[in-house]
Design a protein around this ligand. Structure first.
Ligand code: UDX
Length: 444
């Protein structure tokens, strides 16, 4: 088992540290915020992530995981150093590498001879070379080992990865990193550094494209009178297409897709390639948020001025409290800019949030509302009592931007109902047929 340092305890760093300790390695994680380090050493984690707190506590309890202040303290004695630092979007769309650069500068003099530095967070093509140049030591190898975990299922994804990608010019260093994952049953792909870095961006860009494609198909369905649920079901039977990541909605968000798609457009541009397709996908995602806003406006009778909107869902997706680049927040901002008042409920978000009245009860969010809008795909929303919702609303109108409800049932209860790409009103006699085809296509 190896001695490992993890620099940065955000989503990727904390999960990486915890599961490497779970695999039996000795892991020291570093952060720069004293209060955070203190709380982590007590086993308290700052994010909502299924199973992560337990895994951190297990590592602490068994003495294989600890947290320290400052990267320099963590790397002393480490054979492997994972850089898991934020790469926020810079003003021109490119990834801001200052955190990675600062950490590489800080650790360089303290690294053990023969240690391997590993770029884990999403960094632009060429970052392995950049970090190697900053460290400037011939006895230290730098390797790319991108992380593919999803928020909400991060622990599961780390323990059951689809693949482990390791990119380096130095094959021996790459093999040593591969050895860290020896107990996981996953294909290991060793590539050059630029290819590993590109795999991460290309994967996120492809998934974002898939979601934008189905959103476009949903919009087409509305125009031609088709039902996206049935269309996707038919598409998904083709194994070349598959059923995953084909749930239409208010557009993709989160800490990765928006940042990484823009960064890849920029990376391509800097290298002299116009990634026209991806530019279109980014634009389509913004247009989807506009389209959902217009749908809500139409549902409210043509104007949002003075309209009370009840919102279910603030997080960028279910299973997380993360609001970063959440389509829900982007749409709420548009609603407020057009004069609507918003009261919102999300099972993982307590507020306060600027300009949004965040309540702790889903029915309170609809109390007196002119329209109820569903913006995050929390499964619990589908279990809530629509009869009770109808009783407390000022008028029974739903825009279901995650297609969680059965349209026929909502219509039967007297709601004006619109999903995304679904036929608006459906004869209740079609209910049986609809239940058959209205399975959770594509949902994992
Ligand atoms: C993503 C990648 O999936 C992961 O591999 C990578 O490491 C980080 O980025 P994450 O940001 O956690 O993970 O979110 P993801 O589950 O991919 O969802 C991204 C967005 O797409 C969310 O806003 C989600 O609601 C939306 N989405 C996803 C849809 O609208 N429809 C779908 O069918 C799937």
């Amino acid at each position: 088992m190896s001695k490992i340092a993890v620099v940065g305890t955000g989503y990727v760093g904390l999960t990486t540290g915890a599961y490497l300790a779970h695999l039996g390695h000795e892991v020291v994680c570093a952060d720069v915020i004293p209060a955070k380090v203190e709380r982590l050493n007590l086993g308290q984690i700052p994010i909502v992530e299924a199973g992560l707190q337990e895994m951190v506590q297990e590592g602490l309890g068994e003495g294989r995981l600890s947290f320290v202040l400052g990267a320099a303290h963590a790397v002393v004695g480490a054979e492997f150093v994972f850089l898991c630092l934020p790469t926020p979007q810079g003003e021109d769309g490119s990834a801001d590498l200052s955190y990675v650069q600062e950490a590489a500068t800080e650790i360089a003099p303290y690294l053990e001879s023969g240690a391997i530095v590993i770029n884990k967070s999403t960094v632009p093509v060429g970052s392995v070379e950049m970090v190697a140049d900053i460290i400037g030591r011939a006895d230290i190898a730098v390797v790319s080992n991108p992380e593919f975990l999803r928020e909400g299922t991060a622990v599961h994804d780390c323990l059951h990865p689809d693949r482990i990608v390791i990119g380096a010019a130095d094959r021996v260093a790459a093999q040593r990193v591969a050895g860290l994952y020896a107990t996981l049953k996953a294909p290991i792909l060793i590539t050059d550094a630029a290819s590993a870095e590109t795999i991460k961006y290309a994967s996120n860009a492809f998934l974002a494209t898939k979601v934008s494609f189905v959103n476009a198909v949903a919009n087409l369905c509305e125009a031609v009178g088709a039902d996206v649920g049935q269309v996707v079901e038919g598409m998904a039977l083709d194994p070349r297409i598959g059923g995953l990541f084909l749930n239409p909605g208010p557009g993709w968000g989160g800490s990765c897709f928006p940042k990484d798609t823009r960064a890849l457009v920029r990376i391509a541009e800097d290298a002299g390639y116009d990634f026209m397709l991806l530019r279109g996908v980014v634009a389509a995602n913004t247009a989807q948020q506009d389209a959902v806003t217009h749908k809500i406006e139409r549902m409210a009778g043509g104007s949002l001025s003075g309209v009370n909107v009840g919102v279910w869902g603030l997080a960028f997706k279910a299973g997380t409290d993360d609001l970063r680049d959440s389509p829900a927040i982007a749409i709420i901002d548009r609603l407020r800019a057009r004069g609507a008042s918003v009261r919102a409920f999300d099972p993982a978000v307590a507020g306060p949030l600027d300009g949004i009245d965040v309540v702790s009860d889903p029915y309170a969010a609809c109390d007196g509302a002119d329209v109820l809008v569903v913006l995050t795909e929390w499964p619990l929303f589908a279990e809530l009592d629509l009869v009770k919702v109808r009783e407390v609303m000022a008028s029974p109108r739903i825009v279901d931007a995650r297609n969680l409800f059965n349209p026929a049932y909502a219509s039967m209860l007297g709601f004006a109902y619109e999903g995304i790409g679904r036929r608006g009103w459906i004869d209740p006699s079609e209910l049986d047929m609809l239940e058959l085809s209205d399975t959770h296509y594509g949902r994992e």
